[in-house]
Write a protein that binds this ligand. Structure first.
Ligand SMILES: [Zn+2]
Length: 312
């Protein structure tokens, strides 16, 4: 059975960029008589707020983009809310500590900044020099700083996958350089760990998300393999940008579902506009979620292989 997920972080009100990703996941699930999980990625408690999580669910319901599993429910994998899944992430980390697959990193922020290597795979991917990987137990005992935990990449390891919209992708993960952080020094679980663990545990078969996460995918595949779980298919869709090339997610005003609603937009207006921007309609025309599920297929979106779509 096809299972997709929409996994927002409740750090603000739902905007067009979120609706775009939710719509595609919902549509893909409907097209295949599958299910969609609404997963709340609220692990960063300082930035996430309950109020936004509630508003997100209200907005999704108003749009008609319903979910089969989500906050409030208890499933075979537990809760669909990340802050209610911390024991699960800890159990994975504990097993990796026992199996010697992670190591403590005592490097200061300043030291990490000074490692002068250019990222080789997308701008947001830091490169490490493996400094703490080969510390002896004696040396570790002398450290006073609280460590982060890094994964010990057994590289070089070639990770390849066929993106649903961008075709074959291939990346090499290297020992040391790609030993990414799975738990920060302050105890915060890394996004990569929580996301990969959840996709695997929740039996997600198709991960449809923005192109900004394309560089995270090899890491997440590596982690899911370490967990011994099935790797889902991935599809990275274009980011919605304004005419200055700024991602809608970086803008805060004028594009939230609530603001559009106040301006008189209906749910159908919003969905119809997204269908047009995605190349599934020749002209923007109002269309409800249900009508979309009846008449539009994922392959009708002509622009899914682009990295950006200019919309405003
Ligand atoms: Zn280190």
């Amino acid at each position: 059975m096809v299972r997709t997920r929409f996994a927002p972080s409740p750090t603000g009100y739902m905007h067009l960029g979120n609706v775009w990703v939710a719509l595609l996941n919902w549509l893909y699930a409907r097209e295949h008589n599958g299910q969609m999980v609404l997963r709340m990625e609220d692990i960063d408690r300082a930035r996430c707020h309950e109020e936004y999580a509630d508003a997100l669910m209200e907005d999704l319901e108003w749009l008609g983009l319903t979910w089969d599993e989500g906050p409030g429910g208890t499933y075979a994998y537990g809760s669909a809310v990340q802050t209610e899944r911390m024991d699960y992430y800890r159990s994975i980390l504990d097993s990796w500590v026992r199996e010697d697959r992670v190591y403590p990193c005592y490097c200061t922020r300043a030291r990490l900044h000074s490692i002068a290597s250019a990222p080789n795979l997308g701008e947001e991917r830091p490169v490490y020099d493996g400094h703490c990987r080969y510390m002896t137990e004696e040396e570790r005992k002398k450290q006073t700083k609280k460590p982060s935990l890094r994964i010990k990449v057994e590289g070089p390891v070639q990770i390849s996958f066929d993106d649903m919209f961008h075709g074959h992708q291939e990346h090499c993960l290297r020992s040391g350089a790609d030993d990414f952080v799975v738990r920060r020094a302050d105890g915060l679980m890394a996004y990569q760990l929580a996301c990969a663990a959840d996709d695997a545990a929740m039996g997600i078969t198709h991960v449809i998300r923005g192109c900004d996460l394309l560089s995270s995918t090899p890491i997440q595949i590596y982690l899911i393999r370490l967990m011994g779980k099935t790797v889902p298919s991935y599809g990275h869709v274009p980011l919605l940008c304004d005419s200055d090339g700024i991602r809608l997610s970086k803008r805060q005003h004028g594009i939230t579902v609530r603001e559009l609603k106040e301006k008189g937009w209906t749910a159908g207006d919003i969905i119809g506009q997204l269908l047009y921007w995605g190349g599934a309609l020749e002209q923007p025309e109002p269309m409800t979620a249900e009508d979309t599920a009846r008449t539009v297929k994922i392959e009708d979106f002509r622009f899914l292989s682009k990295e950006n779509v200019t919309v405003l």
